[in-house]
Design a protein around this ligand. Structure first.
Ligand code: WQD
Length: 338
């Protein structure tokens, strides 16, 4: 199939592009490289021995979209492009609403103009907010996301649902990721956050590499097994394959449809369990100290993954051990990222 991947140079985007190329799909990428590197595209091409058609730019740029859609024919768009830092979104809500929501509207307008009717959207478990009780399933009540970043995902899902209601050809699969971690087993591509990592695993791996001194664990008196927060960590390669399965699913849909799917393992792990698992599987020490809770953190959430198993024929295959070993393999081979 001919697939356009927005944000395809990013962490999840590059892993998805790699899986698509390995399956010999034709892939075109748009990425403004504001939070990614062209090096990830070069490495994905090397790993797959196939070429990517790359356009640098932002999906808000209508001239760029006209060029991309005018010069290519696509069966499906996989839409990753968007700002994704929770803390930053609280400081800069307008840039998140404009970039993520207006950017998606700009993309979908062009898709409709060129009659490209299949869209796979990169959503997030954060749309469930604090209203739902885990394990979250797709019919769980959607709550108040704890950040403008989460709000943009919730609003975009609503926008896409309304476009489907207004257009009998348009089909959307919205994939709600839980906590993506790890790296391709080659160690050639991985998560490369700019500055101090906000997320747990890149922080742990930079402590292991000596780039950071120690991990601060945000709170240890939550109502969980060991008092630290629990999350559903899923290997990024499993997540990438979830997009491949969603591509096959959407191609089979005859009627317009808006369908959401959780992509997780269905198993929660606590922060302390993640630290111990990383140390056990990589033999690297992770010094840490317990500090105050981080505002907005929920104690525990994980996925009910029955729907993705049933309808996408997808389930996570990789273990925590794979996630830790692959994280460390990427970090130690690329101490400064790309
Ligand atoms: C996990 C746990 C922290 C860092 C967010 C977004 C989600 C997605 C993934 C983008 C929490 C604890 C973390 C640290 C810590 N983002 N932690 N010390 O908050 O579950 O999810 O990132 O797609 O949409 O909401 O992930 O990795 O930030 O935190 O103790 O230095 O690790 O308190 O319990 P989170 P996270």
């Amino acid at each position: 199939m001919k697939v356009l991947v927005t944000g395809g140079a990013g962490y999840i985007g590059s892993h998805t592009v790699l899986e698509l190329l390995r399956l010999e799909h034709e892939v075109t990428v748009i990425d403004d490289l504001s939070n990614s590197s062209i090096e990830s595209i070069r490495r994905v091409e090397k790993l797959s021995a196939r070429k990517v058609k790359f356009y640098q730019g932002n999906i808000l740029d209508k001239n760029l979209l006209r060029t991309v859609f005018g010069r290519n024919t696509f069966t499906t768009v996989i839409h990753f492009a968007g700002y994704k830092a929770v803390g930053e979104s609280i400081k800069e809500p307008l840039s998140y609403y404009h970039n993520n929501i207006t950017g998606t509207i700009s993309l979908v307008e062009e898709m409709l103009k060129y009659r490209v009717h299949n869209l796979i959207f990169s959503s997030s478990a954060t749309v469930y907010g604090s209203a739902s009780v885990p394990p979250y399933n797709e019919n769980s009540e959607l709550g108040q996301p704890t950040s403008p970043y989460g709000q943009t995902k919730l609003i975009i899902e609503q926008v896409l649902q309304d476009v489907v209601s207004s257009n009998s050809d348009f089909k959307v699969s919205s994939l709600r990721y839980f906590n993506p971690i790890g790296a391709d087993e080659s160690g050639e591509i991985g998560e490369d956050p700019k500055g101090i990592p906000n997320n747990l695993m890149p922080f742990i791996s930079q402590v292991a590499s000596g780039k950071l001194d120690k991990l601060s664990i945000f709170g240890s008196d939550y109502k969980t097994e060991d008092g630290t927060c629990e999350r559903d960590y899923v290997h990024v390669t499993d997540l990438a394959n979830g997009h491949v399965n969603a591509l096959n699913w959407i191609e089979k849909q005859k009627l317009s449809v808006f369908e959401v799917f959780n992509l997780g393992t269905g198993k929660p792990s606590s922060v302390l369990q993640m630290v111990n698992s990383f140390q056990q599987h990589t033999k690297q020490r992770i010094p840490f100290e317990i500090v105050d809770k981080r505002p907005g953190d929920l104690a525990a959430f994980w996925a009910d993954v029955n729907k993705a198993e049933r309808d996408l024929n997808w389930s996570a295959k990789k273990s925590l051990r794979n996630m830790m070993e692959d994280t460390w393999n990427w970090q130690k081979n690329n101490p400064n990222g790309y």
